[in-house]
Design a protein around this ligand. Structure first.
Ligand SMILES: [Zn+2]
Length: 131
């Protein structure tokens, strides 16, 4: 039987170590994000505490991101409507995790020279890194 040529088996040691480092970094970001979220489970725009469903939904999304990383972002980009992408980016702001979508219109943001996300042309939403 031929060896499988896709998936983890085909990765080099360096590639595996890189993935491992990225996973560890996301796990750390998720834990720090949860700490911040636990103290700020608030919708500042509407001046109210988040509902139980919103809190559970947010933690579920964070967990998916922590496990899947770039694949979660690609899935968000490919499967959600622009307004849902904007919503998702706003949720992740509560975890201090900066997703590459405009907070107002949901379009993809591009990286600026400093490694942050450029503001969107729609001007309604500015990336957190620019605020
Ligand atoms: Zn926008």
């Amino acid at each position: 039987m031929p060896r499988p040529s896709i998936g983890a088996a085909a990765m080099t040691v360096a590639e595996r170590q890189k993935l491992e480092r990225e996973r560890n970094r996301r796990a750390r970001q998720a834990v720090l994000g949860l700490e911040s979220f636990a103290l700020n489970a608030v919708d500042w725009e509407k001046q109210r505490f988040l509902s139980r469903e919103e809190i559970l939904g947010s933690v579920y999304m964070l967990t998916k991101w922590a496990i899947n990383g770039p694949a979660f972002i690609d899935e968000t980009r490919l499967t959600l409507s622009p307004d849902r992408r904007a919503f998702t980016a706003n949720v992740f702001d509560r975890f201090n995790i900066d997703l590459p979508f405009c907070r107002a219109c949901g379009v993809d943001l591009t990286k600026d020279a400093a490694g942050g996300w450029q503001g969107c042309k729609c001007k309604r939403g500015v990336s957190r890194t620019e605020a």
